[in-house]
Every structure is written in C-alpha cells, then in structure tokens.
Design a protein around this ligand. Structure first.
Ligand code: ATR
Length: 290
C-alpha cells in the first residue's frame, strides 16, 4: 500500500483526502492519502519519514510551505521562483520540492478558455497564494501585472522579486479605480470574502461599484462557493471562477508527479464538490442545533 500525506496545522476541513482517495480508487491504485496535523516542532521528523519506500510524497499547506524548503534535496524551478513548496515527491529516498499551485491555477483558466497573452491583469493580495499566481500570470505573457495589497510594501517586495519573470508594478490606492476598470483579468488572493465560523461575510476586496469593464474575475476562495466579489462580477456580466478548479488541478498535478499517471481530474472535481456539500450540510446541522 502506497501512502501520500497532507502536512498541515490544523488539518481539519481539507478536501484533499477526498479528492486523492477518489482518484486512487478510480485508477485501482493501492494507495491512501491522509491529512496529518503536524505541529511546527514535528515537521522535520515527519518530512524525514517521507523518504520511506511506501511513500509517494506529500502536499504541504499552511503554515509549512516555506519551512519545508530547506528540508528538500532538490527544488523545481517553480518552487524556487515562487519561494514555496506545496508538493513533495519521494524519488527513491530523495525529496524533491515542487509547487503545483501555478500550474493548477493556469489549468483552471484553460477550462474557461481564458487567454492571458498581452492582457492587463490585476492581482489583489501579496501573500503566499499571490506569489504562485503572479508567477503563473507573468510566465503566461500578460502585458502587465498590477499588484494591489493592503500593505503596499508587501506588493512592492513581490514586484521586485518577480521583475525578471515579467512586467509587474505596484497598484496604489489612488490609481485603483482607473486600473481596475481597464483590467481584463482580475484575481483575488486576499482572504476578504472568506467564510469564517460557517458565516459568509458580505465583504469584497474591491470598493463598492468598482469592477472591470470586461473580462474575467477569479476568486481563489471556494468557501463560500460564490463570494461577494464573484457575485458582483456576475452582476456586471463578467466571466467568473471560484477557487475550486485551482484546488483540484494543483492536486491533479501533484497526483501525476507522485504516481506517474495522468490524474482523473473529473473524479477529483466531483469528490471535492461532494466534500464541500457535505461540510455545508454539517454546518446547517450545527445551526439547527444551536
Ligand atoms: P495566503 O497564503 O492564503 O495567500 P497570506 O499569506 O496570509 O495567505 O496572505 C493573505 C493576504 O490577504 C495578504 O495579501 C493580506 O494583506 P496584508 O499583506 O496587508 O496582510 C490580505 N488580507 C487579509 N485580510 C485582509 C483585509 N481585511 N483587507 C485587505 N487585505 C487583507
């Protein structure tokens, strides 16, 4: 029996076990994926265990994406440039750190036939997820990537680091209305709009009434399924996508790296949607009980 893990802290509520176990079953692979709650002080030992023969590798998420980097024997180009590892592959006892978030994001856009070449793109946020998406957008030949963040210095840092990948610039508050209106691709990576304690907030990272005039709006949040930003974008007749495709495709890419087989992405998508519905149902029950 082969094994793959999710290293997280805390580990609850992840859709990854459902996705990967459904894919293993679909391809009749004798393998199991398990989310493990790893406290920072136990990370090195857990990573060391990934070298065992029966381990494919692991996914890595908050708060370990940076901490595992020096524990790798090798890093992929994407992991190195993005500066974070979300997938570890055990190659005969050698650990290779990858980042499949950028590829996952791009595959989601391909599904919607969103083309990036020569487009004006705006990225909201400058945290971990923003780094992978900035890398993806700049590598795909956008004409210009504007990065807007509550803390401007962090946007400036990102722009500086990614200067050799493509043309990026800090978007300042006073330029926000003008640039947002002409954006053709807008991606939210901030946590504004994310569900907390089962409650979807009525908050958008954009000021009221401000939307691109045309194009595509993506929110990498998938709880709730439709954030206020996506709701507003839909009202403005824009094409929208939530964070589920990126989640599924980053997982599919990790699956391919581990098993050497093409991942059944449709099976993983169904399992992720089912998992989301299940957690919705559990929340409803909690509400009834309280
Ligand atoms: P992730 O790994 O999901 O990207 P992160 O690295 O903690 O998470 O980044 C969170 C992002 O959401 C940051 O860009 C953060 O802005 P700051 O750099 O100013 O902290 C943004 N963010 C979080 N809460 C926010 C809020 N209330 N308003 C605006 N931006 C917010």
């Amino acid at each position: 029996m082969k094994r793959a893990y999710l290293l997280a802290h805390p580990a609850g509520h992840s859709l990854s076990p459902a996705m990967h176990n459904a894919a293993f079953r679909y391809l009749s692979l004798e393998a199991h994926y398990e989310a493990v709650d790893v406290a920072p002080e136990n990370l090195a030992e857990m990573v060391q265990n990934l070298r065992d023969d029966d381990v494919y590798g692991a996914n890595v998420t908050i708060p370990h994406k940076l901490a595992v980097m020096p524990m790798m024997d090798k890093l992929s180009k994407a992991a190195k440039t993005i500066g974070a590892v979300n997938t570890i592959v055990n190659q005969n006892g050698e650990l290779v750190g990858h980042n499949t978030d950028a590829a996952g994001f791009l595959q989601g856009l391909e599904d919607e036939r969103v083309y990036l070449r020569k487009k004006v793109a705006v990225l909201l946020g400058a945290g971990g997820a923003a780094r992978a998406i900035a890398y993806a957008l700049l590598n795909s030949g956008v004409a210009k990537l504007w990065i807007y963040n509550r803390t401007t210095e962090k946007a400036a840092e990102l722009v500086k680091e990614f200067a050799r990948v493509g043309s990026a610039a800090v978007l300042k508050e006073d330029e926000l209305p003008f640039i947002i209106r002409q954006a053709e691709i807008l991606v939210n990576t901030t946590s504004v709009g994310m569900e907390r304690g089962g409650v979807a907030p009525d908050e958008s990272p954009l000021p009221d009434g401000l939307m691109p005039k045309q194009g595509f709006v993506c929110d990498i949040i998938y709880r709730p399924v439709r954030t206020k930003l996506l709701h507003d974008a839909r009202e403005a007749n824009l094409k929208i996508q939530n964070g589920l495709p990126m989640l599924v495709y980053q997982g599919a890419e990790a699956f391919r790296l581990w098993t050497g087989q093409e991942a059944p992405a449709h099976v993983m998508m169904e399992a992720a949607k089912h998992g989301l519905q299940k957690s919705e149902g559990e929340k409803q029950k909690e509400v009834v009980k309280s």
